[in-house]
Design a binder for this molecule. Structure first.
Ligand SMILES: [Zn+2]
Length: 107
Protein backbone atom coordinates (compact mmCIF):
# COMPACT_ATOMS: atom_id res chain seq x y z
CA UNK A 1 0.00 0.00 0.00
CA UNK A 2 1.44 3.43 -0.85
CA UNK A 3 2.44 5.67 2.07
CA UNK A 4 0.86 8.68 0.35
CA UNK A 5 -1.56 9.48 -2.45
CA UNK A 6 -1.96 12.83 -4.20
CA UNK A 7 -5.53 13.91 -4.86
CA UNK A 8 -6.33 17.32 -6.29
CA UNK A 9 -2.77 18.43 -5.63
CA UNK A 10 -3.00 17.56 -1.92
CA UNK A 11 -0.82 14.83 -0.39
CA UNK A 12 -2.81 12.42 1.77
CA UNK A 13 -0.96 10.18 4.21
CA UNK A 14 -2.16 6.56 4.03
CA UNK A 15 -1.97 4.63 7.29
CA UNK A 16 -3.24 1.35 8.70
CA UNK A 17 -6.16 1.51 11.11
CA UNK A 18 -6.31 -0.92 14.03
CA UNK A 19 -8.97 -3.62 13.75
CA UNK A 20 -10.44 -2.58 17.11
CA UNK A 21 -10.81 1.08 16.14
CA UNK A 22 -12.15 0.23 12.68
CA UNK A 23 -14.72 -2.15 14.12
CA UNK A 24 -15.73 0.43 16.72
CA UNK A 25 -16.36 2.90 13.89
CA UNK A 26 -18.04 0.16 11.80
CA UNK A 27 -15.91 1.07 8.79
CA UNK A 28 -13.02 -0.41 6.80
CA UNK A 29 -11.59 2.95 5.86
CA UNK A 30 -11.92 6.66 6.44
CA UNK A 31 -10.86 9.78 4.59
CA UNK A 32 -9.94 12.54 7.01
CA UNK A 33 -10.17 15.58 4.79
CA UNK A 34 -9.22 17.98 7.57
CA UNK A 35 -5.76 16.59 8.21
CA UNK A 36 -5.24 14.84 4.83
CA UNK A 37 -5.09 11.32 6.21
CA UNK A 38 -6.61 8.12 4.87
CA UNK A 39 -6.91 5.19 7.25
CA UNK A 40 -7.40 1.59 6.09
CA UNK A 41 -8.40 -1.26 8.41
CA UNK A 42 -5.53 -3.67 9.04
CA UNK A 43 -5.90 -7.33 8.17
CA UNK A 44 -8.01 -6.95 5.03
CA UNK A 45 -7.39 -9.18 2.01
CA UNK A 46 -5.19 -7.23 -0.42
CA UNK A 47 -8.05 -6.97 -2.94
CA UNK A 48 -10.36 -5.54 -0.28
CA UNK A 49 -7.58 -3.25 0.95
CA UNK A 50 -7.08 -1.91 -2.59
CA UNK A 51 -10.81 -1.38 -3.10
CA UNK A 52 -11.18 0.40 0.26
CA UNK A 53 -8.17 2.61 -0.51
CA UNK A 54 -9.67 3.54 -3.88
CA UNK A 55 -13.00 4.24 -2.14
CA UNK A 56 -11.30 6.67 0.26
CA UNK A 57 -9.40 8.27 -2.64
CA UNK A 58 -12.78 8.86 -4.31
CA UNK A 59 -13.93 10.64 -1.13
CA UNK A 60 -10.84 12.86 -1.33
CA UNK A 61 -11.57 13.49 -5.01
CA UNK A 62 -15.15 14.38 -4.13
CA UNK A 63 -13.85 17.20 -1.97
CA UNK A 64 -11.32 18.52 -4.43
CA UNK A 65 -12.95 17.79 -7.77
CA UNK A 66 -15.80 20.25 -7.69
CA UNK A 67 -18.38 17.56 -6.99
CA UNK A 68 -18.99 19.08 -3.58
CA UNK A 69 -20.45 22.13 -5.30
CA UNK A 70 -23.24 19.86 -6.53
CA UNK A 71 -24.40 19.99 -2.90
CA UNK A 72 -25.00 16.26 -2.56
CA UNK A 73 -25.95 14.74 0.77
CA UNK A 74 -23.55 12.48 2.69
CA UNK A 75 -25.62 9.48 1.57
CA UNK A 76 -25.41 10.59 -2.06
CA UNK A 77 -21.65 11.06 -1.73
CA UNK A 78 -21.34 7.53 -0.33
CA UNK A 79 -23.39 6.11 -3.22
CA UNK A 80 -21.43 8.07 -5.82
CA UNK A 81 -18.11 6.99 -4.29
CA UNK A 82 -19.24 3.35 -4.19
CA UNK A 83 -20.40 3.33 -7.82
CA UNK A 84 -17.18 4.95 -9.04
CA UNK A 85 -15.01 2.67 -6.90
CA UNK A 86 -16.58 -0.55 -8.15
CA UNK A 87 -16.48 0.61 -11.78
CA UNK A 88 -12.89 1.88 -11.64
CA UNK A 89 -11.77 -1.27 -9.80
CA UNK A 90 -13.25 -3.44 -12.54
CA UNK A 91 -11.80 -1.26 -15.30
CA UNK A 92 -8.30 -1.39 -13.78
CA UNK A 93 -8.49 -5.14 -13.14
CA UNK A 94 -9.68 -6.07 -16.62
CA UNK A 95 -7.71 -3.57 -18.68
CA UNK A 96 -3.99 -3.77 -17.87
CA UNK A 97 -3.14 -2.39 -21.32
CA UNK A 98 -5.32 0.66 -20.64
CA UNK A 99 -3.68 1.21 -17.25
CA UNK A 100 -0.18 0.92 -18.76
CA UNK A 101 -1.15 3.30 -21.57
CA UNK A 102 -2.61 5.87 -19.17
CA UNK A 103 0.42 5.67 -16.85
CA UNK A 104 2.76 6.29 -19.78
CA UNK A 105 0.63 8.97 -21.42
CA UNK A 106 -0.03 10.96 -18.24
CA UNK A 107 3.50 10.82 -16.86
ZN1 LIG B 1 -17.30 6.02 2.06
Amino acid sequence: MPATVVVGGLVYEVVKWSKADAEKAEAWGQCHKDDLRITIKEGLHIQQEARVLLHEVMHAAHMSGGVRELDVTADAEERLVDVLTFQITAIIRHNPALVAYLQAALR
